[in-house]
Design a protein around this ligand. Structure first.
Ligand code: F6R
Length: 596
């Protein structure tokens, strides 16, 4: 999704800071990029396509300024052309604006502005903003009030940053789309996402909906909708700038897969007492839900399916809903808890479902990776998964951390019997993941089956969400058809798709009934000549029917899903690499999906 960077006070370096910030935002997904430099005048350079095109344009025609804003655009209104790229300008060229989100009433405003004589240069909803600012300036408003007056007219979601010729400041407004300020001694920054300026400062201020800010080189102020000054807390980011680099790995995704042991340790740290078997999660209080509804999208939805299983096993009714379908869910009953699982904390579908849940009177909990995110701020409670920044568009380490955090949540809020074994298994998990990463033969599997027509993934119980996640990862980074099924469902239809050209990945762990039944399903596909890759801890005889075995260590049922999933992540990663795909930025996808 779109990204914003801005800075004031880095005289002589403003352009470098902006372009570096844009490159740090690339992971969010984009199809054009641009910058505006201000000071006495305003100059705008923007290009469709990759940031390299913008860099080339800036090398050909360098620009300077003491203040600047930049943007990576992910098209919504109008195709990815130079003209539709941000920043957008007013008729005089003295105002430049970047915007994330969607302005729902832009058409009527645009019609009105065109009738008043304004010329528009793009198809975007954003372009109404600089023209509204222009009109307010012409009426005598100062830049700060001009932006406020413009924003007053807007309906929809937006994070907006504007510069105006003659003023060495950036003016920003936020509604339903994230914006964070970065503070240094003699410079200020703003961005839609901390990595954009993390190389320069770790001191941040998260803006809330309805807030405005003015950034000067050595000062910053935040005001509310009425113009009253708001006292904001300055937070310190807990992760290092290096965490947003590749550290020698070919791709962020591979690096993040390898960061899972650390992420899992961080998730657990200080939250469990192994001796007593108790879980103590900061700030959650005594939740004791009588029922739980999970809402989430994509990978987080798969984690949520797993979370609901944990609650049901503890005897608490729990359901999972795709956040975009939550409108059709039954109202939460009694003391129910609605849990939004969202890595970014900014996914529009999930935020909207959580708001609906609150409207229906439910208590809400965000399980998120992102401190200061909208989900964290809006929900009654927050459980941070503490995975650290995830740059690869495809979620990897955050899925593992979500599963770990959901285990803690269920153990802490719906205790059944002695939790010591489960806690010990969670404690051992980072070491086991490390072992698996060191010894995995996933690359051989990728080599063997890189030409397959499609990939199927099957599992039961906790391995069902893993099968769904394995398929999602495979399709998003290899662009190949992949589907995950509950193993028992295969014979009810999907078996018709199974051929000698469709490898089936079967997750078979433990020696219980579910594992044994899955072995039966493996025999069904083997009889139809499909290659079988068993992801197994060796407690059944599935290896007799498998063409290839990917080992996972034996563990408690609460930890096996994370381990099996790591093998599938590696198979998808190596397949995508062999196929030469854009692994960290798969086509058409964005890291944080802020539109419904
Ligand atoms: C897949 C992936 C997406 C996200 C989904 C929800 O690899 O990353 O499916 O899981 O867009 O995002 P969050 O968790 O930020 O709400």
């Amino acid at each position: 999704m779109c990204g914003i960077i801005g800075c004031v006070g880095r005289d002589g370096e403003t352009l470098d800071v902006l372009v570096h910030g844009l490159s740090k935002l690339e992971y969010r997904g984009y199809d054009s990029a641009g910058v505006a430099l201000g000071g006495n005048g305003v100059s705008v350079t923007k290009r469709s396509g990759r940031i390299e095109r913008l860099r080339d344009a800036l090398e050909d025609d360098p620009v300077e300024g003491s203040v600047g804003i930049g943007h990576t655009r992910w098209s919504t209104h109008g195709p990815p052309t130079d003209a539709n790229a941000h920043p957008h300008r007013d008729c005089t060229g003295d105002v430049a604006v970047v915007h994330n989100g969607i302005i729902e009433n832009y058409q009527s405003i645009r019609d009105e502005l065109v009738a008043a004589g304004h010329d528009f240069a793009s198809d975007t909803d954003t372009e109404v903003v600089p023209h509204l600012v222009e009109a307010a300036l012409a009426d005598g408003a100062d830049p700060e009030s001009a932006l406020r007056q413009a924003v007053d007219r807007l309906e929809g979601s937006f994070a907006i940053a504007a510069i105006v010729a003659g003023t060495a400041a950036v003016f920003v407004a936020r509604n339903d789309s994230p914006l964070v300020l970065g503070l240094d001694d003699d410079a200020t920054y703003l961005a839609s996402d901390v990595p954009a300026f993390r190389d320069y400062t770790d001191r941040v201020v998260y803006l809330a909906d309805g807030e405005f800010a003015r950034l000067d080189a050595d000062d910053w102020t935040v005001t509310d909708e009425t113009g009253q000054r708001v006292q904001k807390e300055v937070d310190t980011v807990s992760w290092d700038a290096e965490e947003t680099g590749k550290s020698g790995y070919d791709h962020f995704m591979l690096k993040e897969i390898h960061e899972q042991p650390r992420a899992l340790r961080q998730c657990l740290r200080g939250r469990v007492d192994e001796l007593s078997g108790s879980v103590d999660i900061e700030d959650l209080g005594d939740l004791s839900p009588t029922g739980v509804q999970f809402v989430a999208c994509g990978t987080s939805y798969h984690a949520a399916l797993y979370g609901a299983q944990l609650y049901r096993q503890a005897g608490i009714p729990a359901q999972t809903f795709l956040a975009s379908e939550y409108a059709t869910a039954p109202p939460p009953i009694g003391d129910a808890l609605v849990v939004g699982v969202t890595q970014s904390g900014e996914t529009a579908d999930t935020l909207s479902a959580l708001r609906e849940a609150r409207h229906r009177g439910a208590r809400t909990l965000a399980v998120t990776n992102t401190v200061g995110s909208t989900a964290a701020r809006e929900c009654d409670h927050t459980l941070y998964i503490r995975a650290g920044p995830e740059i690869g568009v495809a979620a990897s380490k955050t899925f593992a951390s979500q599963l770990s955090a959901l285990n803690l949540l269920a153990l802490g809020t719906a205790p059944v019997g002695d939790a010591r074994e489960a806690i010990a298994a969670l404690r051992d998990l980072p070491g086991q993941v490390q072992e698996l990463l060191d010894e995995s033969r996933a690359q051989e599997v990728a080599q063997l089956y890189q030409d397959a027509g499609a990939y199927f993934f099957i599992g039961r119980g906790h391995q069902h969400p893993v099968a769904l996640e394995g398929a999602l990862k495979m399709k998003e980074i290899t662009y190949k058809h992949a589907e995950g099924f509950a193993a028992g469902e295969l014979k009810h239809g999907p078996l018709a798709l199974v051929t000698e050209n469709t490898p089936v990945f079967a997750m078979v762990v433990g020696d219980g009934e579910q594992a044994r039944k899955t072995v039966g399903n493996v025999k069904e596909v083997e009889a139809r000549d499909a290659p079988v890759v068993a992801v197994t801890d060796g407690q059944t005889d599935v290896d007799r029917y498998a063409d290839y075995v990917l080992d996972v260590p034996e563990t408690h049922p609460c930890a096996s899903a994370v381990l099996a999933n790591v093998q599938l992540q590696l198979v998808s990663y190596h397949t995508a690499k062999l196929l030469g795909r854009s692994i960290d930025k798969p086509r058409n996808l964005a890291k944080s999906v802020t539109v419904e």
